[in-house]
Design a protein around this ligand. Structure first.
Ligand code: ZN
Length: 130
């Protein structure tokens, strides 16, 4: 869906707490939430809302689709996930020669693989949720 321009005259739900209302802050290109007190800035093209915060190493950002906010966050989250995947895939390979030496090791190994698969599935499901 194509993102719509964000209008400072309009009222939007808060993308963070989902329950508050965003209100334009007078004389700025920013919104404040009346509930969680977060401040959000507009990008120059008026299509992306960014959370103004210095406490995160990455920026949370959203685009308005006309009915709801679509998460556009970038930075740590996106670069970090493939790394976790790669490490998770490597761990069983490194372990394999050791655990195959005993029968109980094999059980532990199988259990660990199942756990990793479940964790990854949950992670992916969370990521694809709007
Ligand atoms: Zn809020």
């Amino acid at each position: 869906m194509k993102p719509e321009n964000i209008d400072l005259q309009m009222e939007y739900p808060c993308p963070r707490c989902k329950r508050g209302q965003l209100q334009a802050i007078i004389l700025t290109d920013a919104f404040g939430c009346d509930r969680c007190s977060q401040i959000f800035g507009l990008t120059e093209d008026n299509q992306t809302l960014e959370q103004l915060s210095t406490s995160y190493p990455y920026k949370k950002a959203w685009q308005w689709t006309g009915a709801s906010w679509r998460d556009q966050s970038r930075g740590l989250n996106h670069g970090y996930y493939p790394l976790v995947l790669a490490i998770s895939a490597l761990i069983p390979l490194v372990w394999l020669p050791f655990v195959l030496q005993s029968k109980s090791g094999l059980v532990t190994f199988t259990f660990t693989v199942v756990l990793i698969v479940v964790a990854l599935t949950i992670g992916l499901a969370r990521r694809s949720r709007p």
